[in-house]
Every structure is written in structure tokens, then in C-alpha cells.
Write a protein that binds this ligand. Structure first.
Ligand code: CA
Length: 219
């Protein structure tokens, strides 16, 4: 899953970046409202964590213009603990949920998971497809009841594919899920992880759609 963190405070930004990356999300971080808006328009994110008080362009304005442009990326707004007014404005501007600052990092992660889950059309946290069960909270994976251990990057490839059976993800999209834009990527990295996943989970689970990308079939 690929996230955009929009936070102008250096120390808070670093702490949030660390905890999100520790959870294996690919995260891009910007500190300015205009940059955030530009990136949301050109890159594809699974979720945006948006601070409201930002240089360049206010977070609420960024959100309004993204929604006016029909961008449907889930947005988790960060609002001050004492400002009910900010929360109301943020939700009305198109925010999907809010998290209070200063952050409780555990709660922040739970809200991120909940929004990603909802965006994928699921209400429960665990999900099952073709005998494979994965739990995004504990990162446990099993096949026909047998526990399987995945590397963090195998997980990063599997999770978005299994979250939306029938949807094709290109190699570039999968690379983004693993690395974010600031890391170098080996050209065959995705193939290597897909190969590992097929060995562990069965050859039939992930299909290669020639010239387009990869998908988990609907059934
Ligand atoms: Ca701020």
C-alpha cells in the first residue's frame, strides 16, 4: 500500500514516517500544500494523511480542490484535539476520517487500516480468497489452514492483489507499493517476489496478464 504523508512539522513527520514504514507501507512525505496537491494529481496513492495547517496551501483547500477534481483517494485528516470546528470542516470538505493531534500512533495506524479496508470494500480486517487467509493487523498468512511466512516485500506485493480480486496491477504499480518514489528499484524485483509468492501460496493464485500486469482471479 502506498501512502502520502503531508506534514510540515519535521519532528512529527519523521515520527509518523518511521512508524508507517515500520508497518511496511510505502510512504512519500511532503511538507507543503501545493506539493501535496500536485502529487495527488500525478501519483496514485491508496491513502493520504493530511495535516490541515500547511505552508503553500491550507490542507482544507487542498482537500476541496482534490475532491472538486473528482479524486477519490481516501483522505485521513489530522486535526487539533481542541478544534471540533476543524473536524467538521475537514469531513465536509471530503475527508473520510480524522485523527487527533498530537497523535496517538497506535490509533493513527488503526485508522489507516480501517480506511484502507473500507476503500477496498471490506468491513472485516481478515480476508480470505481461494484458500489463502491474510490478516493485515497481525500479518499472518495461511494457505488451507497452514501458516506461511512471507518476507515484508512479498507481503507488500500480495496484500494489494488479494485485496481486490479481479483487478490488474501493473508492475510499476506493484513497485510503488513496495518502494515509494525515493528508493531505487531493481528492474526484476516484482517478478522475484511474485515467484516467491507462487512457491509459497500455490502457482494458481497470482496470474500474469501478459503485457499488462498481475492479478488474483476472482475465484
Ligand atoms: Ca502543520
Amino acid at each position: 500500500m502506498r501512502l502520502l504523508l503531508v506534514e510540515d512539522d519535521q519532528m512529527i513527520g519523521e515520527a509518523v514516517l518511521d512508524i508507517l514504514r515500520a508497518e511496511l507501507y510505502a510512504v512519500d512525505w511532503v511538507k507543503d500544500g501545493l506539493q501535496a496537491e500536485a502529487l495527488c494529481r500525478t501519483e496514485s496513492y491508496d491513502l493520504v494523511l493530511l495535516d490541515l495547517g500547511l505552508p503553500g496551501k491550507d490542507g482544507l483547500e487542498v482537500l476541496r480542490s482534490l475532491r472538486a477534481a473528482k479524486l477519490r483517494t481516501p483522505v485521513l485528516i489530522a486535526t487539533a484535539r481542541d478544534s471540533v470546528d476543524q473536524r467538521i470542516k475537514g469531513l465536509d470538505a471530503g475527508g473520510d476520517d480524522y485523527v487527533l493531534k498530537p497523535y496517538d500512533l497506535g490509533e493513527l495506524l488503526a485508522r489507516v487500516r480501517a480506511l484502507l479496508r473500507r476503500a477496498a470494500g471490506r468491513a472485516d480486517s481478515q480476508y480470505e480468497h481461494m484458500g489463502v487467509v491474510i490478516d493485515p493487523v497481525t500479518r499472518e498468512v495461511s494457505v488451507d489452514g497452514q501458516a506461511v511466512v512471507l518476507s515484508s516485500r512479498e507481503w507488500a506485493v500480495l496484500e494489494p492483489l488479494l485485496a481486490r480480486p479481479g483487478a490488474i496491477l501493473s508492475r510499476a504499480q506493484l513497485e510503488e507499493k513496495i518502494f515509494g518514489w525515493e528508493d531505487g528499484v531493481l528492474s526484476n524485483a516484482v517478478e522475484v517476489y511474485i515467484h516467491g509468492l507462487r512457491k509459497k501460496l500455490g502457482a494458481h493464485l497470482i496470474q500474469n496478464v501478459r503485457g499488462v500486469g498481475y492479478m488474483v482471479p476472482r475465484a
